[in-house]
Ligand binder design. Structure first.
Ligand SMILES: Nc1ncnc2c1ncn2[C@@H]1O[C@H](COP(=O)(O)OP(=O)(O)OP(=O)(O)O)[C@@H](O)[C@H]1O
Ligand SMILES: [Mg+2]
Length: 498
């Protein structure tokens, strides 16, 4: 207590201004490939178009140019939006003072992307022209190197100069990188290096995929202009959509839902896709490309989600499964947070976990081929049993342990003359643990008062261990004092073929 009375506080000064050069190097590590970085520039342009929707002077086009010269690639990303309203904020790390739509989330994208593409920090420039600048026949330019603090950045008004071609106002980012940086688009390509034009094709596919819904609904256009000194190419990007296998597509009605921060609309469709042979990495029936894809207002954030949603991996035979979820809202709070580089969601966000619950409740995972085979065999067995004279009941997937609030499903249950037989079916060879699974169903029947007389394990073949265990169990008494009566048969013995 006395210590507290004697205590005094005296302020002293600490300067924790970060070293801009070191910071630039550190923030440049946010992405896994150049598509992700370029998408940050595109996001900012689209966000600006959305915010200023309906403005007559605006040209809702993003033009990406790549000019290769030897091992160097000059890149520009230009838009015909309304320009950057607050350039100081735009150049501030975590500058969130002028966010326009939920596509502006963290206040990092522009800086992170520049630092990734131009790690040396020696050759980038951001030029922007607002309506105010237009009146003064000027644009605002800020150029490398990055600096922190009042008046530290290299920023100028340029009069009588506007390098962009799209509209009277807008933004143009220029940055140079090495061909090596472009190769981040195809890192596993160590046998035969891809050419510049092949890398451009991959980048194009990524953009068509990431912004598919936005390109489709006409909110923005993306143009790609590429040259290597000899050839040049200019094209308007078309959205990339999956090709669905006939009859597999399920489209759910749009649902209003609250993930915990206000109402959003969930657009959801799912089914099996065919491989598109023209594609490099998207919609190609591989483990990475299938699963759940989640977009925010049409922009893809994460894909390939299976284990995160259902808690288990899928079998190779399920690689064609794709679920597309698009969350639509104008509200920042209503959406699960994304990672700073917008290449995924933050796993700990409760809104994401609630979304996963929604997906589990609304999206049906396809059965694996193993399950399908088993189901087919069991369906045949059920058919045969139905034809047996005196059979009073044949039920697949019958729940037991219901009296204690569970629903453990028995593969097949038949009743004849008041005696019940349960079947546990396995497509291939059975295992000892299958015998114990049957034991659980036996106990469930006894618990629920179902007069179970026999339990049959049916598979392609049985190991010695399985037969020995069944023999052992048949020498024991069950929970109601009666002996167990287990039997092992094969599909062939029952006259069933796959
Ligand atoms: N092309 C553009 N047109 C208009 N404003 C822009 C443009 N690019 C950037 N800005 C402005 O600069 C701000 C900072 O952009 P930056 O990408 O660094 O962060 P952010 O978009 O706010 O958040 P995020 O980290 O999610 O990208 C934006 O909020 C926006 O106000
Ligand atoms: Mg951004």
């Amino acid at each position: 207590m006395n210590d507290m009375i004697d205590m005094k506080e005296e302020q002293f000064e600490l300067d924790n201004t970060p070293d801009a050069e070191n910071l630039w190097k550190a923030i440049g590590g946010s992405f896994s490939n150049i598509s992700q970085a370029i998408s940050e520039f595109v996001d900012d342009s689209i966000s600006n178009f959305r915010r200023n929707w309906g403005k007559a002077t605006m040209v809702r086009t993003v033009r990406l140019t790549l000019h290769a010269c030897g091992e160097k690639v000059d890149i520009t990303v230009e838009d015909g939006g309304t320009g950057i309203r607050n350039l100081a904020n735009a150049m501030t790390l975590a500058g969130q003072a002028d966010k326009e739509t939920p596509l502006n989330e963290h206040g990092y994208g522009l800086k992170h992307a520049l630092a990734y593409v131009d790690a040396k920090g020696s050759g980038w420039e951001v030029a922007t022209r607002t309506e105010e600048d237009l009146k003064h026949n000027r644009c605002q330019v800020v150029k490398s190197p990055y600096a922190i603090g009042k008046g530290k950045l290299n920023s100028v008004y340029r009069t009588g100069w506007w390098p962009a071609h799209l509209g009277p106002t807008g933004t143009m980012i220029s940055v140079s990188c090495s061909m090596e940086m472009l190769r981040t688009l195809c890192p596993e390509d160590n046998e035969k290096q891809k050419t510049f034009w092949q890398l451009v094709d991959i980048l194009e596919e990524d953009l068509r995929y990431t912004y598919a819904n936005i390109l489709y609904n006409g909110e923005a256009e993306i143009e790609l202009v590429v040259s290597d000194g000899k050839t040049s190419r200019q094209k308007k990007l078309k959205p990339l959509f999956p090709q669905w296998e006939t009859g597999t597509l399920q489209e759910l009605p749009v649902q209003k839902y609250d993930l915990g921060g206000g109402s959003i609309q969930i657009h959801c469709r799912y089914g099996s896709i065919c491989t598109d042979k023209n594609n490099y990495s998207h919609y190609i029936r591989s483990m990475d490309a299938s699963g759940v894809e989640i977009r925010i207002n049409g922009r893809v954030i994460e894909h390939g989600l299976i284990k995160q949603v259902w808690g288990r991996s899928i079998h190779n035979s399920q690689n064609a499964f794709l679920a597309q979820i698009d969350l639509q809202t104008d509200s920042w709070d209503a959406l699960p947070s994304t990672k700073n580089a917008k290449n995924g969601f933050r796993e700990e966000d409760p809104r994401l976990r609630k979304l996963f619950r929604w997906i589990r409740a609304n999206v049906q995972l396809p059965p694996s081929s193993r399950e399908t085979k088993e189901q087919k065999l069991l369906a045949q067995l059920a058919e045969k049993k139905r034809a047996v004279p005196g059979m009073t009941r044949v039920a697949q997937e019958e729940g037991v342990f219901r009296t204690i609030g569970l629903n453990e499903r028995v593969d097949l249950l038949t009743a004849q003359g008041g005696a019940v037989t349960i079947f546990e079916g396995k497509a291939g060879q059975t295992k000892t643990r299958d015998v114990y699974q049957m034991m659980m169903y036996w106990h469930g029947c006894v618990q629920d008062g179902i007069p179970v007389a026999e339990a049959v394990l049916i598979g392609e073949r049985h190991t010695k261990a399985v037969r020995r265990l069944i023999q052992h169990i048949n020498g024991m008494l069950g929970p109601d004092g009666r002996p167990y009566c287990f039997r092992a048969v094969t599909w062939a013995e029952e006259g069933i073929t796959a």
